[in-house]
Ligand binder design. Structure first.
Ligand SMILES: Nc1ncnc2c1ncn2[C@@H]1O[C@H](COP(=O)(O)OP(=O)(O)O)[C@@H](O)[C@H]1O
Ligand SMILES: [Mg+2]
Length: 309
């Protein structure tokens, strides 16, 4: 916990290095995000799910010793949900008072000096966005019958947006865009994704190593397939690896060259990936059929790619 970094002092570089040690790759994204928040600014991270957004924010807020609060942007996120509300039962008994006000995540983040992380920000209703913009501009908020709440200096708003989202970014007014910094994040390289999967699955040994390589390869192939609108993130590869290793235990498969391994891996792919890929509306196929194709490409047509060594 180094508060000095928050002020943009010379500790910032040391702070960046400590955070970097908790994250696989992403040096540039970390540095740019850190520069924006250390400069006292709010930022939108634009990228598909599973591209390290939460990982980066968690690492930064832990380094700063401040809370990270999550809110999901959707049509139900009213200004009252974001700011807070008076407990209706207590209002009936005792009338309105600051004591029976239940703070929402925006108020809590301001009072505790945390990051308010609004995922799928573009899906929040217009009046909620306006409330947020006002809080960002003023660094304080006035709540009827409660009073004025000043944000601690480390309060930031971090928004995220999925570029594949149907509820497009065009919905957001230029006044919203004009108030935020922006960083686009994309998928990492195959090598980095393998390191992430190995880290998150604690995989070791020849079978596990093979499963990690295969899981990352087929997951990346879902992002290229012509019938898929949005493929799976590294989360799918993490789960495919974990499921494959449990299946190996159940089916008594102990080595990657076991003849039962390819079919076992296919089954793990179905479980881990079929719900995570989103087909093109026009595609006349199923997630299972598309995954079978991807599996055949790797295990039958080009098995040398998959072979160990
Ligand atoms: N660069 C990274 N270093 C370490 N783990 C990562 C990295 N990127 C993603 N992960 C892991 O992948 C999963 C999804 O990452 P996350 O940061 O939650 O994505 P997002 O918030 O963009 O949806 C998590 O289990 C996380 O631990
Ligand atoms: Mg996330």
């Amino acid at each position: 916990m180094t508060r000095t970094a928050v002020d943009g002092s010379s500790d910032l570089a040391a702070s960046r290095d400590r955070i970097a040690s908790l994250v696989v790759g992403r040096e540039r994204e970390l540095e740019l995000t850190l520069a924006a928040v250390a400069a006292g600014r709010d930022i939108v991270l634009e990228g598909p799910p599973g591209t390290s957004k939460t990982t980066l924010l968690r690492a930064i807020t832990e380094e700063w010793g401040i809370p990270l609060m999550f809110v999901e942007g959707n049509a139900d996120l009213t200004p009252a949900k974001l700011v807070g509300h008076h407990n209706p039962a207590r209002v009936l008994r005792e009338d309105y008072s600051p004591e029976n006000f239940v703070p929402g995540p925006l108020l809590e983040a301001m009072q505790r000096g945390g990051f308010l992380y609004i995922e799928e920000f573009n899906r929040a209703p217009e009046d909620t966005l306006n409330t947020l913009l006002t809080a960002m501009a003023d660094r304080s908020i006035t709540v009827p019958r409660v009073g004025r709440i000043e944000a601690l200096p480390t309060f930031r708003v971090i928004a995220s947006m999925n570029p594949y989202d149907n509820v497009g970014t065009t919905r957001l007014s230029t006044s919203v865009h004009d108030r935020l910094n922006r960083l686009s994040v994309d998928y990492q390289s195959a090598v980095e994704e393998e390191r992430i999967v190995a880290l998150r699955t604690d995989a070791s040994g020849p079978l596990a190593e093979r499963a990690v390589t295969d899981a990352v390869a087929v997951t990346r192939a879902t992002r290229e397939h012509p019938d898929i609108r949005q493929g799976s993130s590294v989360r799918g590869a993490i789960d495919a690896t974990l499921v494959a290793l449990r299946l190996a235990t159940l089916r008594d498969v102990g080595a990657p060259d076991d003849e039962a391994y390819p079919e076992l891996f296919h089954d793990a792919m179905i479980v881990a990936l079929s719900g995570r890929i989103h087909l093109d509306e026009a595609a006349e196929t199923t997630p299972e059929a598309v995954l079978r194709e991807i599996w055949e490409d790797r295990f039958i047509l080009e098995p040398h790619k998959a072979a160990p060594g």
